[in-house]
Ligand binder design. Structure first.
Ligand SMILES: [Zn+2]
Length: 229
């Protein structure tokens, strides 16, 4: 991903779309999320109409193009990425947002570059590139977890609880847990913000770790499998 996550926000909150910008983007409720379809475009619909979207950069430029142009697919975006970022940037000044920031120990509002990086990370997740390791994990675990149904978590679950994959009982469709896919480098950053978010979900979340994007080796596959079997 060609995003510079080497900035204070992602050092503090982990390289995910968690942290205070998440609740600040939803001050008026989940349905009125500033990153949602109501204020920009449904990424799932966009991907359905444009299966050629595979990389983050494509997703970002397609969101903007569907704002500026009338695409023949019929979808229209109500904002560009920059406009989405601007609205979240400004929402930080709301009293409720100030409370959230204060609670997290953030002394001032996050700068625009931080906010747009966060928005890009969120929008880029809905691409093949963003989902690469999650899709791979589903493939590599499904044979052994044949009693279960594994599916990519929706953006909401990912944003709020840092769950990448939802595991359901195949017959009862009951949720039995979740899986978070992370490179081992994540765990060197100190604060494990993901685990903190996981705990709020109410189902167990196990972390499947891989070495790096180049070799893509699972480091604890059997361990994760054993939690479900
Ligand atoms: Zn289109």
């Amino acid at each position: 991903m060609s995003l510079n996550l080497d900035i204070p926000y992602f050092k503090k909150y982990g390289e995910s779309t968690g942290g205070p910008l998440n609740p600040i983007s939803e001050l008026k409720g989940r349905l009125h999320s500033l990153t949602g379809a109501r204020y920009s475009i449904s990424l799932n619909k966009l991907k359905d109409k444009h299966p050629e979207i595979k990389f983050n950069e494509q997703m970002w430029s397609e969101v903007d193009r569907h704002y500026h142009e009338d695409c023949e697919c019929g979808l229209k975006s109500k904002a560009t990425l920059e406009m989405v970022a601007q609205s979240i940037f400004e929402a930080q000044n709301e009293p409720k947002a100030q409370e959230i920031l204060k609670k997290k120990g953030d002394k001032e509002n996050w700068d625009f570059n931080t906010v747009i990086t966060w928005v890009k990370l969120l929008f880029g997740r809905n691409t093949l590139q963003g989902q690469g390791m999650e899709e791979q994990a589903i493939k590599d675990l499904s044979t052994d977890l044949w009693r279960f149904e594994l599916e990519i978590a929706n953006d909401e679950l990912d944003k709020k609880y840092c769950v990448d994959i939802v595991v359901k009982n195949k017959s009862s469709k009951e949720i039995v847990g979740g899986i978070q896919v992370k490179p081992k480098s994540y765990y060197n950053t100190g604060i494990d913000h993901v685990t903190q978010a996981n705990k709020k979900w109410g189902h167990p979340v196990y972390h499947l770790k891989y070495d790096d994007m180049d070799s893509k080796n699972w480091l604890n596959r059997l361990d994760v499998l054993s939690k479900f079997i």
